[in-house]
Write a protein that binds this ligand. Structure first.
Ligand code: HAM
Length: 427
């Protein structure tokens, strides 16, 4: 009988991060964290495992069908979180009496969704969550959007390269009501309209029909869905509603934040998650080659739905997968990996103590230094360290030790400077 060695791979859709991928991930996380801090958001974190009940609070959403669920040894129904928002709501409700509102929190959360694998979609992703809880003013939406755009600019993307498509469920509800669709049908209509672009219109018509809409109502839904601009929406409404005023104010404020060029009104943005109640948005690369970079909106009922006092909130989720694909496509991934300051090598074992002293002095001065683990010929050393990972290299040979100097080679421009072995950091 022959026994074949088992060949293991990461489970389908799950991700390993080799150092090159880890460098990209770190650069993305770094941009997220720096932006959130720049905008005054406080970081939180939570368990990846949640109770299934919390995550299933609404039915009919695609995300509920994608949950990785399991039972623990005490028969509890648990799941890996597919998103962070229910957890955030649970945490806030847990301390609603003590926390000061409005609060601005952010997290970098690992999320799991059993999705059909496609470009931009994995079964595991990291998601930057930015949320403002307890603030009804539209300035909360603008602040969250401006913070996400700041992260994009830290990653080297400019205003012309990303577009934020924005609408409002409240405005859509007013438009549907005006078109004669009763509020009882709005939730199902939102879910059906969210499928536009991913499904044929005929299938969306069938979904609407299954939700109980007659053919006249279905035509009315498609007339609303065909709106091309905010002015057209205003004309169809025929009156100034709070929902319309909110979106108009948002566009005005966005100009003050220099976001105006990135924002487009798009009645087609509905969002698949059931909890959104107001403004909703999704950001895409301007060429629309990739899936959404981030998405979010206002949700007024979630805190109440998970047992808290009702409280308004607005936020977004920004995943690491699509942004990395976009940066790769634009050739912007090189340079994201921070180089180490210095590599130190030596010719013979006898120079090893000197090299080690040197490394200790450099490390004490705050530099990141790689110390050779054995003696090498100069060709071997420079061949090994000259592949772009290091800014500088020092090779310790017998002549340098005899002269009491170190020669520091700048690997970018091949220039060299000499320093005293006793003070390798000094000027
Ligand atoms: P979402 O639109 O489901 O919203 O996800 C937000 C972002 O996470 C997406 O735009 C995408 O970048 C990324 N993402 C989602 N699923 C995957 C996946 N399977 N693979 C790779 N990336 C993915 C939410 O999750 C909301 N909870 C966001 C939010 C926060 N709303 C308010 N606060």
């Amino acid at each position: 009988m022959t026994t074949e060695a088992a060949h293991f791979e990461a489970p389908r859709g799950m991700r390993d991060f080799y150092p090159a991928e880890m460098a990209v991930r770190n650069a993305i996380f770094d941009a997220w964290v720096r932006s959130a801090r720049a905008f005054g958001f406080a970081q939180y974190d939570a368990c990846v495992v949640e109770s299934l009940d919390l995550l299933k609070r609404k039915s009919g959403e695609e995300i509920v069908e994608q949950i990785y669920a399991f039972k623990d040894k005490s028969d509890r129904d648990l799941a890996l979180r597919p998103e962070m928002t229910p957890t955030l709501a649970r945490m806030i409700v847990g301390r609603q009496g003590q926390l000061a509102f409005p609060l601005k929190w952010f997290a970098v959360a690992q999320c799991f969704r059993y999705e059909r694998m496609s470009r931009g979609r994995k079964r595991e992703h990291y998601q930057w969550n930015l949320d403002v809880v307890g603030e009804a003013c539209i300035s909360a939406e603008v602040e969250v959007l401006a913070c996400a755009c700041h992260a994009l600019s830290l990653l080297g993307l400019n205003a012309g390269e990303v577009k934020i498509h924005l609408s409002s469920r409240a405005l859509l509800a007013d438009l549907l009501a005006k078109a004669g669709i009763l509020p009882a049908f709005h939730a199902a209509t939102f879910l059906a309209l969210d499928k536009r672009g991913k499904m044929e219109d005929a299938d969306i018509r069938r979904l609407l029909q299954e939700s109980g809409l007659d053919s006249a109502a279905i035509e009315a839904v498609f007339r609303v869905a065909g709106i091309q601009s905010l002015d057209q929406a205003a004309a169809m409404l025929g009156e100034q509603t709070p929902s319309l005023a909110t979106v108009q104010t948002l566009f005005r404020l966005a100009n003050e934040y220099d976001l105006g060029a990135m924002l487009v009104f798009d009645i087609g943005v509905v969002r698949g998650l059931g909890y959104y109640t107001g403004v909703v948005f999704e950001a895409f690369d301007a060429e629309r080659k990739f899936r959404a970079l981030f998405g979010g909106g206002r949700y007024d009922n979630l805190l109440g739905d998970v047992g808290g006092a009702p409280m308004t909130a607005v936020g977004l989720g920004f995943g690491d997968v699509v942004i990395a694909e976009l940066l790769a496509d634009k050739g912007r991934l090189t340079g994201l990996q921070a180089k180490l300051n210095c590599a130190v090598g030596y010719m013979e074992d006898i120079q090893q103590p000197v090299a080690r002293q040197l490394v200790r002095a450099l490390r004490r001065s705050g530099q990141s230094v790689d110390m050779a683990l054995h003696a090498e010929k100069p060709k071997q050393f420079f061949g090994r360290v000259g592949k772009g990972e290091f800014k500088k290299a020092i090779y310790v040979g017998p002549d340098d030790v005899a002269r009491g100097i170190v020669r520091i080679k700048n690997l970018d421009d091949r220039t060299e400077e000499e320093k005293s072995l006793s003070d390798p950091v000094g000027r």
